[in-house]
Design a protein around this ligand. Sequence first.
Ligand code: URA
Length: 204
Amino acid sequence: TARTATGGNIEAAWQALRDEAASCRRCSLYKNATQTVFGEGPLDAAMMLIGEQPGDQEDLAGRPFVGPAGQVLDTALGEAGIDRARLYVTNAVKHFKFTPRGKRRIHAKPDSGEIEACRWWVEQEKMLVKPKVSVALGATAARSLLGKTVTIGRERGRPIELAGGGVGWITVHPSYLLRIPEADRAAEETNRFVADLKAAYALA
Ligand code: URA
């Protein structure tokens, strides 16, 4: 296929993009973060997952979704019968934003300026990978994917035609599931999350 013939070029373009992102100064988050956490996964992936931003562990490891939220995600993908190794996984914002509290670094929400600044990278990743389906995990990712603020509850669980081609799919962020105190509701919401992932992957 044409894709195979140009595969080397895409790989090289992605490497160049990743290298460029390592010294990104599009917003000020680079100042306190350890490193840029770029997306990863096969460049011919049919589905892309977009998270919010790296957390504490991702910031240190330099890889997306390797901490607690990543564990929830991995479990959900497993239940949905999806192999994570077949997905391109990235974040809307590529530097960890936090507030220091003693020795700990507490997650801080990226603002609209930071999401907009970093959106450029996500768009570049999308242009290289050309996923059939892009799944936004949570409000920050949804804003990045759609270029506007949306309500998760209203937009989740159905295909959304994207301006740049492909289909968007909105669902909750895995760390939302970690914050639900009641076991019953947490299980219910987790099942919904798994169902969302499964339905999105069926379109990929
Ligand atoms: N949460 C995210 O949104 N992305 C990560 O990479 C880790 C946690």
